[in-house]
Design a protein around this ligand. Structure first.
Ligand SMILES: NC(=O)c1ccc[n+]([C@@H]2O[C@H](COP(=O)([O-])OP(=O)(O)OC[C@H]3O[C@@H](n4cnc5c(N)ncnc54)[C@H](O)[C@@H]3O)[C@@H](O)[C@H]2O)c1
Length: 371
């Protein structure tokens, strides 16, 4: 199969669909891979790196969209890219169609076969192609929070690990899922005093077994949250209620009980945020201060560490890309029900039930297009 990857054109997106190492794997499997010139520059991969991996450098995106049977990307196709999609072509990328009627209409019109990373599942109702980005954001939240705690960035001048003779900083992690677990791991590693709040007893038990005495767990209710906030230096918002907006667990009034210069990092900002005073910020201007409390609310945290994020993403997307390339999309999806969940649009039909329901399309089950 001829597979292509292009330079991402969404604002400040530096990740790329295929690393040189992924290109090499596809090449070894006997596939031809076209790479747009400069596609990997955001992760420090040159055209020469891709050529050394067996890739063929092409001058622009139109050449790739016109010539490739499958296009592998990171972000949803932008309007200019959507205009180049066609029937019989596979698009494999993040799509997030439910809140995006314009994109959905264009994909339906194009006839493309669109497989969305975010709806590919794994055993136990997991979302393995989303997980690495939560891992990145969780780990990054501590480094972002530690920086914001410095005086020059508006923080209260606390070093999370302390030093001999001076107590470490107090970190509160609200939500002990993928983001929260990874945040706690980083904070524990720095030597901070870490408490994780969650409402799910099984999650609390898992965390307790993993961290033993290195981090405390506390059931998440209003009273325990208020108690935690009082002494906190850094609070990480990492809650998720699947399919719903994040609950506003910390109100503006509650900022009043916190220490001036304490820092809130709202990782859940992409679901509206779990602090009442959160609003989305960007990597170029990540923080603002309300009532003396520093807020960090960057909505696309993984974009800030594009190289790590690209490699983490490729680790989980490449095995499916190889199967699609080796078997063709239909056989690959028929052989793997988890990958089949990724099919959102095919030949003018919406095949993902939630997208069809949300945007008023007739739903064609994936099973119907696979037979
Ligand atoms: N800002 C970014 O760049 C970025 C990147 C990746 C993920 N995220 C977001 O981070 C959030 C967390 O993602 P995740 O992958 O860790 O989800 P997850 O499902 O793995 O974990 C969420 C946890 O929140 C807990 N929870 C729910 N209600 C709670 C409450 N009231 N109090 C305490 N805990 C509660 C759940 O029990 C669960 O353990 C999501 O909104 C996700 O979209 C943001």
């Amino acid at each position: 199969m001829r597979i292509g990857t292009v330079r991402e054109i969404k604002n400040h997106e530096y990740r790329v669909g295929l690393t040189p190492e992924s290109v090499k794997e596809l090449h070894v499997h006997g596939h031809e891979v076209w790479v747009e010139t400069g596609a990997g520059l955001g992760i420090g991969a040159s055209d020469a790196d891709y050529e050394a991996a067996g890739g063929v450098i092409q001058p622009d995106a139109p050449t790739i969209f016109a010539g490739c049977e499958m296009v592998v990307k990171v972000k949803e196709p932008q309007a200019a890219e959507r205009a180049m999609l066609r029937e019989g072509q596979v698009l494999y990328t993040y799509l997030h169609l439910a809140p995006d009627p314009e994109q959905t209409a264009d994909l339906v019109k194009s006839g493309v076969t669109a497989i969305a990373y975010e709806t590919v599942t794994g055993p136990g109702h997991t979302l393995p192609l989303l997980k690495p980005m939560s891992q990145v954001a969780g780990r990054m939240s501590i480094q972002a929070g530690a920086t914001a705690l410095e005086k020059a960035h508006g923080g209260r001048g606390v070093l999370l690990g302390g030093v001999p003779g001076v107590l470490p900083g107090k970190v509160i992690v609200i939500g002990g899922g993928v983001v929260g677990f990874n945040a706690a791991q980083m904070a524990v590693g720095l030597g901070a005093d870490v408490t994780i709040l969650d409402r799910d007893p099984e999650v609390l038990e898992r965390l307790g077994i993993h961290f033993e005495s290195r981090a405390k767990t506390h059931f998440s209710n209003h009273a325990n949250l208020v108690e935690s906030l009082r002494g906190a230096d850094l609070v990480i918002g990492a809650v998720l209620i699947p399919g719903a907006a994040a609950p506003k667990l910390v109100t503006r009034e509650m900022l009043g009980i916190m220490q001036p210069g304490a820092v809130l990092v709202d990782v859940a900002i992409d679901q509206g945020g779990c602090f009442e005073t959160s609003h989305a910020t960007t990597h170029s201007d990540p923080t603002y201060v309300i009532d003396g409390i520093v807020h960090y609310c960057v909505a696309n945290m993984p974009g800030g560490v594009a190289r790590t994020s690209t490699y983490a993403l490729n680790n989980v997307t490449l095995p499916h890309a190889l199967k699609i390339a080796d078997l063709g999309w239909k056989k690959a999806l028929a052989a793997n029900p988890y990958l089949a969940e990724g099919l959102n649009v095919h030949a003018g039909k919406v095949t993902y039930e939630a997208v069809a329901r949300e945007l008023g399309y007739e739903w064609t089950p994936t099973a119907a297009v696979l037979t």
